[in-house]
Design a protein around this ligand. Structure first.
Ligand SMILES: [Zn+2]
Length: 248
């Protein structure tokens, strides 16, 4: 699509966009995704990187009904792309090819990447031995696309407390964590609960459509053992949920 019209809110430049935007008459060639970063690639080699934050969503359609939260609208003759972000936690950068490559290389593998395997997982978790498991699972430099509810759910399904230090994870538990990641992502990806299409909701307590699969996050009773009350703590400033019976 060739960008013919661009409109934005003052908030875009104040809070979201960190570089100068120059897209007029450029043609969008493709959109790629790495974790929560979308990469819009244009015909002159420039990139618009869009990190969705917690509430960012891109809408695509012939015509888009914009709201006060629609911070950027890109229009071509027959298609419109609009960035909607009620809480403005998203970030955007307009970069040259080399700047974009550098920025994207800082991000780790996407949890859903086919190359995300046991070896990568083990190596990443061993990198900071003193850190709590859940804190590392939230580190986008290793686990791109992870988020608070995903990290809580991974710990639960792996049977490990979120606070357990990485150096205390036993060899046989790495496989359990990998399996847990696949279990958590499977239904979430299928129902759009964590992806670009579905946006990502958690701190506000709004629940994505993947909610029926949650076992501890925002649950009163653990949905694995169906009897123990879920404990909530704050770990590295994030709401953290675990089952004292199922997680050791
Ligand atoms: Zn339980």
């Amino acid at each position: 699509m060739k960008i013919e019209k661009i409109s934005s809110t003052p908030e875009l430049k104040k809070n979201i966009l960190h570089t100068k935007l120059d897209l007029k008459n450029k043609t969008l060639v493709t959109i790629k995704r790495k974790g929560k970063m979308l990469d819009f690639i244009f015909d002159d080699g420039s990139h618009l990187l869009s990190h969705l934050g917690m509430t960012g969503t891109w809408l695509v359609g012939e015509k888009i009904h914009s709201t006060k939260h629609t911070h950027l609208t890109l229009q071509s003759q027959n298609i419109t792309l609009a960035y909607d972000d009620p809480r403005r936690f998203g970030h955007m950068y307009y970069y040259s090819e080399s700047e974009a490559t550098e920025k994207l290389d800082e991000l780790g593998l996407d949890l859903a990447d086919p190359d995300f395997n046991l070896e990568y997982l083990t190596k990443s978790l061993k990198r900071y031995p003193e850190r709590a498991l859940k804190v590392t699972l939230l580190d986008q430099k290793m686990f791109a696309g992870s988020g608070n509810y995903i990290a809580n759910e991974i710990c639960a399904r792996a049977g490990i407390r979120p606070t357990r230090k990485c150096k205390k994870i036993k060899e046989e538990e790495f496989q359990k964590i990998l399996k847990a990641i696949q279990d958590v992502l499977g239904p979430a990806l299928a129902s759009g609960g964590t992806t670009f299409q579905g946006g990502y909701r958690d701190t506000s307590g709004e629940k994505g459509q993947g909610v029926q699969h949650l076992v501890v996050f925002y649950q009163k009773i653990c949905q694995l053992c169906k009897k123990t009350e879920v404990k909530k703590i704050i770990l590295a400033q994030r709401g953290t949920y675990y089952c004292p019976s199922c997680q050791k």
